[in-house]
Write a protein that binds this ligand. Structure first.
Ligand SMILES: Nc1ncnc2c1ncn2[C@@H]1O[C@H](COP(=O)(O)OP(=O)(O)O)[C@@H](O)[C@H]1O
Ligand SMILES: [Mg+2]
Length: 220
């Protein structure tokens, strides 16, 4: 779908958000381009729930999920970002929100959805962080409660973006993909091997998930 360059970003062990980037920067332009491709792809179709995943960890899923979400809000869409990477949740750190309660607590019925969603500093962007993660997290993601949660949030937001764990490491990504309208696969230049990319694509297709496109991250 697109290529993202690392040239104009700082290489640090944290996620860089485009909200703190110069308005005319190359990175911002690349996210606009991803958004344009996405908009033209979904024209007239109902793609409200999206999963961002990749074969392995560290390939840029969370970075792209967060920045793509921000980029959609800049067109006036109300967006909910959900941290469903229960193995390595990071979005609450990037957006500096509380993670006492989140997705897992809602799914376990410990708190109401509306009480666990955090506002972010970006207007029109809310975050549902991971919350406290139980041992049976995969079962939770495939539960009826998850279905109910998706039904509820699609009535409130224009777009819902799920950040998921690596497809080749745990089944969670596949489980969520089967419940989403589409999946965007992130591949990292120089890191993701072609057989891993194919395996990830196959694993998504085996659950009838729809792969909308691929983002090649970090190509100079
Ligand atoms: N295009 C990029 N340019 C520079 N750094 C990046 C880029 N994409 C990701 N990173 C950095 O790489 C690290 C891993 O990215 P992350 O989004 O957390 O991956 P994942 O969610 O797939 O594990 C983070 O420190 C992030 O800031
Ligand atoms: Mg991540």
């Amino acid at each position: 779908m697109e290529q993202l360059s690392r040239k104009s970003t700082n290489v640090r062990k944290k996620i860089n958000l485009i909200s703190s980037t110069n308005f005319y920067s190359k990175v911002l332009e690349q996210y606009r381009s991803i958004r344009t491709n996405f908009n033209s792809y979904i024209k007239g179709l109902d793609y409200q729930t999206l999963l961002i995943s990749s074969p392995n960890s560290g390939e840029g899923k969370s970075t792209i999920a967060a920045n793509f979400a921000i980029s959609l809000t800049q067109q006036g869409r109300r967006v909910l970002l959900i941290d469903a990477d229960l193995r390595k949740p990071t979005l609450h750190l990037s957006f500096k929100t509380d993670n006492t309660f989140g997705l897992c607590d809602v799914l376990r019925g410990n708190i109401l959805l509306e009480d666990s969603i955090s506002k972010t500093d970006i207007s029109n962007l809310d975050l549902l962080s991971s919350g406290s993660i139980p041992y049976n997290s995969s079962e939770l993601l495939g539960s009826n409660e998850m279905e109910k949660l998706i039904e509820k949030v699609t009535g409130i937001y224009d777009v819902i973006i799920f950040d998921a764990p690596a497809l080749l490491e745990v089944a969670d990504g596949k489980i969520i993909a089967s419940q989403c309208d589409g999946t965007i696969l992130v591949l990292k230049w120089g890191k993701t091997k072609s057989d891993e990319a194919l395996e990830a694509k196959k694993s998504l297709e085996s659950t009838n998930a729809k792969v909308l496109g691929v983002i090649l991250n970090e190509k100079d």
